[in-house]
Design a protein around this ligand. Structure first.
Ligand SMILES: [Zn+2]
Length: 453
């Protein structure tokens, strides 16, 4: 069956046709490791995990590369703030990231290169860009000369002036033009640096992905993924650097970008107090529930994280796991065609999830035990395409998370309804019941939050 994917470069869905069907090559920008990953960071990794699963079902080999950015000014700032060695900080947060990915049910990428282990490759690419007059050295910096690359803007589909105004590009004395971006910058004493032809310094962020994808996937590869917020400037710059080195038509042929995540309808930010880290979430609910929520809307659409969606997703997973409960499963059973065709149509995960529900409905309707077992096997095999429903149902229902957040949220809703109906006795009863469970409610103008007593 053919796969259709939406290509940001062409702004349309197109038939996916790999360069080498014996080895499909995929690159996804990985995390900058200086802090806990938040729920918005997790979305692309779950989506591209589903893409990887789909490709592996169809092609004999997939090479999925996802880097770790372990040199960056944010890391330097965080290490100073924490009074922690840079290497200790990056190792600690890389481990958190890997733990979060595991809890979400993501299959690890085939290659997870560290930026600091590939500085030599970055330098050699920068040297080649200077030689070809796409880059210039200035006061210890090396910059990409955007005006020398006529295709700049091909991915973000914007003209230079609009992009510069939008991205608030830094004007600096060492730049020939404000839109020129950094390939290399000098490192002062006490800041990590590598000896280079341009003095002691460190690479810019964009060159990392160009150099690491080149090393593991070659000059041209199939798919590059990431969040929509990376289209400009990060991906536009990656594309410019790589094509300036290797010519037009090189680098990624198909670009996939996921929509942004909001929390209760607002953009997540530390100042709004709605910043949710994966770590906080995974203390309160199973990773599979988070995964289900992240797959509940189409990847190109925005996704709002709110209590209602979490509750609905919990109910959906309960219903699906309930269908698997006590069933004798046959591991040879294949996935449903409707799951396959939903995913082959630009990763339509909401359709795929409704196809899972359809199988559960059929199972609930029949009273024939062997048919029930067959449908349950079908359900589990289909869930695997999404990385869902692979646990023992008894473990799902028992839960190993301690307090069940979904139950708490449901009780909070119940109390809010009682208050709205001026049934204060009932509202107090629910509040006291939660208190007995060790949960204290706090009401504010923004709504009700809870914490452990
Ligand atoms: Zn990147």
């Amino acid at each position: 069956m053919p796969i259709f994917l939406h290509n940001t470069l062409k702004r349309k869905k197109e038939l996916f046709s790999p360069l080498d069907p014996t080895n499909v090559r995929l690159y996804v920008c990985g995390p900058t490791v200086y802090d806990f990953a938040h729920i918005g960071n997790a979305r692309p990794y779950v989506i591209f995990d589903v893409l990887g699963r789909l490709l592996r079902e169809i092609y004999p080999k997939v090479t999925y590369v996802r880097n770790i950015t372990d040199i960056d000014d944010k890391i330097i700032t965080a290490s100073r703030k924490n009074g922690e060695e840079i290497s200790a900080l990056t190792q600690r947060t890389t481990q958190y990231f890997r733990d979060d990915m595991k809890s979400l049910g993501n299959i690890p990428p085939d290659v997870e290169p560290l930026a600091t282990a590939h500085v030599k490759e970055m330098m050699s690419m920068i040297e080649s860009l200077i030689e070809k007059e796409f880059a210039y050295e200035s006061e210890g910096h090396v910059l990409f000369a955007v005006k020398n690359f006529p295709h700049y803007g091909q991915l973000s589909h914007c003209n230079h002036d609009e992009m510069i105004a939008g991205a608030r590009v830094e004007i600096a004395p060492y730049k020939r033009n404000p839109e020129d971006f950094i390939l290399w910058k000098p490192s002062d004493e006490g800041i990590p640096g590598w000896e280079s032809p341009w003095g002691r310094g460190r690479p810019g962020w964009h060159i990392e992905c160009s150099a690491m994808s080149l090393k593991y996937l070659g000059e041209t590869f199939d798919i590059h993924g990431g969040g929509q917020d990376l289209i400009f400037p990060h991906h536009e710059n990656e594309l410019a650097q790589s094509q300036a080195c290797f010519g037009p038509q090189t680098f990624a042929r198909l670009w996939l970008h996921n929509g942004m995540l909001t929390v209760n309808g607002e953009k997540m930010s530390k100042s709004l107090g709605n910043f949710i880290t994966m770590r906080q979430l995974l203390e309160k609910m199973p990773g599979e529930l988070v995964r289900f929520v992240l797959l509940s809307s189409h990847y190109r659409q925005p996704l709002d994280w709110n209590d209602q969606t979490v509750l609905q997703s919990r109910q959906s997973l309960d219903r699906l796991y309930n269908a698997l409960r006590g069933r004798i499963l046959n591991s040879e059973t294949r996935a449903s065609e409707s799951i396959k065709s939903a995913l082959e149509d630009d990763l339509n995960t909401p359709f795929a999830l409704s196809a899972l529900h359809e199988i559960a409905s059929q199972l609930n309707k029949t009273s024939d035990e062997s048919e029930k077992n067959q449908l349950a096997s079908h359900l589990k095999a289909s869930g695997a395409w999404l990385g869902l429903l692979q646990q023992d149902p008894e473990i799902w229902f028992k839960g190993d998370q301690g307090v069940d957040e979904v139950e708490i949220l449901s009780l909070i809703n119940q109390r809010n309804d009682a208050r709205a109906n001026k049934n204060f006795a009932e509202a107090d009863r629910v509040r006291d019941m939660l208190l007995k469970m060790g949960i204290l409610l706090e009401d504010s103008s923004k709504g009700t939050t809870w914490r452990h007593v």
